[in-house]
Design a protein around this ligand. Structure first.
Ligand code: 5IU
Length: 249
């Protein structure tokens, strides 16, 4: 049986600076966990980041669900926590428009994402050139989605993968299927307790993601931020993820 590549081996083939940072953090912290901070206030976001920070490689944000977003009150302390605990900020914006509009959405408006995100997610639905505007950050391209009935079928994923592989701003993909080794694979839809959320989300275990998909990073939202003890839960997913990774080597 073919074995997955280690993070050390991926350092040699994933050249993008953000990929290099993520791999180095993974090795250093023995973690492949990304927490999805889908909370709606700055206080909850910062408290969660403080609790899970030591255990994660990146914090995934949806800043547009914050009811009190403020560049100074939200982003400055978040950046400090990212530095303190050595994790990256992944804004899950899922850009999906023409290049010019995405460039405006990325740079202007309330959130000024280009000022603070280490990397962003983007759909590739608008084609190769739509990704040119993300030259100052890295992009994890959406290749396949976890929700029931998603339109990201095998043909779509194949075409999306071609764009991801060829575009210099893209260093990874978000998917529920294996992607080429030159890209880092991010897999959401991970939960140890539930199979779904009744709203279309479909969950798999960390073990599935590492053995079946050879993923590089698992993304966990409600399994951690809804837990009674978010820090303990983050530790549980971190250990499960690392064990599954080592078992797949
Ligand atoms: N997310 C998915 N599935 C996908 C993609 C993104 O769940 O295919 I692309 C996001 C949505 C949410 C997080 O922010 O990952 C998962 O949260 P839960 O673990 O709470 O389901």
């Amino acid at each position: 049986e073919e074995k997955r590549l280690s993070y050390e081996a991926k350092l040699d083939i994933c050249d993008h600076s953000v990929a290099q940072k993520l791999l180095q953090i993974a090795i250093e912290k023995k973690s492949n966990l990304i927490v999805s901070a889908d909370v709606t206030t700055t206080q909850e976001l910062l408290e969660l980041a403080e609790k899970v920070g030591p255990h994660i490689v990146a914090l995934k944000t949806h800043v547009d669900i914050l009811m009190d977003f403020d560049a100074d009150e939200t982003i400055l302390p978040l950046k400090d926590l990212a530095t303190k605990y050595n994790f990256l900020l992944m804004e899950d914006r899922k850009f999906a428009d023409i290049g010019n509009t995405q460039e405006l959405q990325f740079t202007y408006g309330t959130y000024r994402i280009s000022n603070w995100a280490d990397f962003v997610t983007a759909q590739v639905i608008a084609g190769y050139e739509s990704l040119d505007c993300f030259r100052n950050v890295g992009v994890a391209a959406i290749i396949g989605m976890s929700s029931n009935g998603t339109l990201t079928d095998a043909n779509y994923r194949e075409e999306a993968t071609k764009i991801a592989l060829s575009h210099p701003n893209v260093f990874g993909g978000v998917s529920q299927n294996k992607i080429p080794n030159e890209l880092l694979l991010f897999t959401p839809g991970i939960n140890l307790a539930d199979a779904g959320d009744g709203k279309g989300q479909q969950y798999n275990t960390p073990h599935h993601a590492f053995t079946q998909l050879e993923t590089d990073f698992i993304i966990v939202g409600r399994g951690i931020y809804k837990a009674d003890d978010a820090e303990q839960s983050a530790l549980t997913y971190k250990i499960a993820g690392w064990k599954a990774y080592e078992g797949s080597l």
